[in-house]
Write a protein that binds this ligand. Structure first.
Ligand code: SF4
Length: 151
């Protein structure tokens, strides 16, 4: 299971397949990581620096994070894509189509001047998360999306 959690500063990626339940996150930042709550991660409940520190101590790589740099990402189900915005400017997207209930992720692109900020990963995670919530199979024909799923 892949989930993306965001606040106004950072995005946290969680890959449950890698989680070893060592609980460094829970002990390091119980305000944000609480296994007795749904959703168990809530970034609004803790200072960003404390969340970042807890994520960096995750021994399995299940948790990773990036700074948002003011870039917003949104899922646009009607147009079968996720989109990244810098203010009003559209600066990236991840496109998919649903074929016989399967999410085919076929294109991910971010304006190169915004490269290295984790925006593409945020975009792909939004689509993966949407598919997983619908218990749909995912076929990534986009090589970047395939890499995110494999990592
Ligand atoms: S620190 Fe990482 S491996 Fe441990 S419970 Fe948290 S997410 Fe899972």
């Amino acid at each position: 299971m892949h989930r993306l959690y965001e606040n106004s500063d950072i995005s946290v990626f969680w890959d449950s397949d890698k989680c070893r339940h060592a609980k460094e996150c829970v002990t390091g930042c119980p305000e944000a990581f609480n296994i007795n709550r749904k959703p168990w991660i809530d970034l609004k409940e803790a200072p960003t620096a404390k969340v970042w520190q807890a994520v960096s101590k995750c021994p399995s790589g299940a948790l990773t994070c990036v700074y948002d740099h003011g870039i917003e990402v949104k899922l646009d189900k009607d147009n079968q894509c996720s989109v990244a915005y810098d203010g009003d400017k559209r600066i990236g997207e991840c496109d998919y189509r649903i074929q016989n209930g399967v999410y085919v992720i076929y294109h991910t692109e971010v304006d190169p001047s915004y490269g290295g900020k984790g925006i593409a990963k945020r975009l792909v995670y939004l689509v993966i998360e949407a598919a997983e919530r619908e218990k749909a199979r995912i076929i990534p024909t986009c090589s970047y999306a395939a890499k995110v799923l494999e990592d």
